[in-house]
Each structure stands twice: as structure tokens, then as C-alpha cells.
Write a protein that binds this ligand. Structure first.
Ligand code: PAF
Length: 283
């Protein structure tokens, strides 16, 4: 496994790799890796000759009141986890490598970027789309994988790739969960023991809503109510949204039909958690 941090180093590497007709798989991350990230490496490994993982805590996707400064950073542990994981190259750029002095150009996503996370975290998806576009240009992947846990981010990236004709295939990686259902996230380290015990309420709410849909419930409002009822029983939980949206547009649906996502954002004490399930409902 090799590490590269600069633009020329990356260009030299991908030119050489592509000269021999080899394909590149890519897993963009902000570090603080866990088993969920390693499953993304495995997912893309099956589809590419070499796998690049980027470690870059992207400042532009954090709002002024958000956790950029305290976001967990553990590069040595990340390298140790990536050894033997199927990763061939770690791309670890500095902020000024991604955003050269005088940087002004951004990617402003619309459509699926507008509601939910986009509404509550203004500028977040602009930061995500801009950095992912820059990373795609630096790594030149044939295929890239994003976790289904950030379902709205995945929809925004898919839309951007289509709209800008970016020559990369996007894969979704399944959410990896703890035994009690809590989705793995780099931010779970913020949870106190008491909050950690409360956190699986997101998973329970999603399961209850999924069961209601499996039993024939097709009203978007009724499914939202099921989600809220479960979440509101947990005293430490403060619901930011509990929605039923179309999987592509991320617009709320009145009737649950076709491919839908049930996304949640919930504060457990001081920690903001997101989770979702995606399902296909018959009419
Ligand atoms: O999902 C993440 O970790 C980040 O949003 C990403 C895609 C690496 C962009 O900074």
C-alpha cells in the first residue's frame, strides 16, 4: 500500500495504471475509518484492479457551528486498518492541495440536494459535490462507492455524475450495523454510554415503519407517524426529520410506491445521527 498527497504524484500513478489498461476503484472518506468503510473497500475491490481510498476531512461541507474542528482524526489507526483491506493507494491531500490558493469554483447541486440535509445544513452538499468532483479529477476512478447510510449524499452524487457526464460508475455500499442495529458512523464516538444505549431507537423506528409498509400501509403520512411515534418514546431523542421520500428526487411522497427512502436525522443528546432504509413498495 502506498501513500500519495500531491497532485503530480496522483497523476503519475493513474497515468501509469491506465497505460496498462487497468481499472481504478475509489472510496472517498473523511478518515476515522470503521468496518463500514472497510466493507466499501471490499465492494469496490470486486470491480476494479486497484483501489484508492482518500482520507480528507473536507472543511467546505461543515457549517460554521458544526464539528469540523473536533471531527475525529486518527491517521495512524486508519493506515493500520487499511493494511490488508484490499486498498492499494491512500490519497491523503492537504487542504491547500484540494483548494489551491484563490480557489473560487464550486459545484452547486440542485434537485435531491435541496431538502432535508440540504435545508438544515446550508452549503453542505455544495461542499460535498465540490470535493467529490475534485477528487474524481485527481484519482480518475472508473468506479466509486458511497455508503447507503448517507442516502441523500448518494442521490446527490448520482445526479451530479449524470448531469456533468463524469466518466465514473457509482456503487452503493450497504450500511454496516452494530448488533443492536446502530449504523456504524465516525460520529458514534461522540455518544456517552447513556446516549449509546438510546441510539438504536433510529433502527427500531425504521424497522417499525418497514413492517407497516410490508403489512400494506401506503400513506406517506401514516408511515411518518410510525417513525415519529417510536422515536418520540425515547427521552434523549430530538427528531430533526423522519421522512418518506422518492429514492431519486428525495422529494417527500404522499403515497408509498416504487423506490422510496425513509431518512431520519435525530439528535441523541448532543450528537446528531442519521440513518435510513431504502425499499421498493408495490402499489
Ligand atoms: O461521506 C463522506 O465521508 C464525505 O461526505 C465524502 C464523500 C468523503 C466527501 O467529503
Amino acid at each position: 500500500m502506498i501513500t500519495i498527497g500531491d497532485v503530480n504524484g496522483m497523476r503519475g500513478w493513474y497515468r501509469l495504471w491506465k497505460k496498462y489498461g487497468r481499472t481504478i476503484g475509489f472510496v472517498p472518506t473523511m478518515g476515522a475509518l470503521h468496518a463500514g468503510h472497510l466493507s466499501l473497500v471490499q465492494r469496490v475491490r470486486e470491480r476494479a484492479d486497484a483501489v484508492v481510498v482518500s482520507l480528507f476531512v473536507n472543511p467546505t461541507q461543515f457549517g460554521p457551528q458544526e464539528d469540523f474542528a473536533r471531527y475525529p482524526r486518527q491517521p495512524e489507526k486508519d493506515f493500520a486498518l487499511l493494511q490488508g483491506s484490499g486498498c492499494d493507494l491512500v490519497f491523503q491531500p492537504k487542504v491547500e492541495t484540494i483548494y489551491p490558493p484563490g480557489h473560487t469554483t464550486v459545484v452547486e447541486p440542485g434537485g435531491p440536494a435541496e431538502g432535508l440535509e440540504g435545508a438544515l445544513r446550508p452549503g453542505h452538499f455544495r461542499g460535498v459535490a465540490t470535493v467529490v468532483c475534485a477528487l474524481f479529477n485527481l484519482v480518475r476512478p472508473d468506479v466509486a462507492v458511497f455508503g447507503q447510510k448517507d442516502a441523500q449524499q448518494l442521490a446527490v452524487i448520482r445526479r451530479m455524475v449524470r448531469d456533468l457526464h463524469l466518466p465514473v460508475e457509482i456503487l452503493a455500499g450497504e450500511t454496516v450495523r452494530e448488533e443492536d442495529g446502530l449504523a456504524l458512523s465516525s460520529r458514534n464516538v461522540y455518544l456517552s454510554p447513556e446516549e449509546r444505549r438510546a441510539a438504536p431507537v433510529l433502527y427500531r423506528a425504521l424497522q417499525a415503519a418497514k413492517q407497516a409498509i410490508a403489512a400494506g400501509e401506503r400513506s406517506g403520512e401514516a408511515v411518518r407517524r410510525v417513525l415519529r411515534e417510536v422515536l418520540e418514546r425515547e427521552p434523549l431523542a430530538r427528531v430533526e426529520y423522519a421522512e418518506v421520500v422518492d429514492a431519486e428526487s428525495f422529494q417527500p411522497v404522499a403515497t408509498v410506491a416504487g423506490s422510496v427512502v425513509l431518512p431520519l436525522a435525530v439528535r441523541i443528546g448532543g450528537t446528531r445521527l442519521i440513518d435510513n432504509v431504502q425499499l421498493v413498495a408495490g402499489h
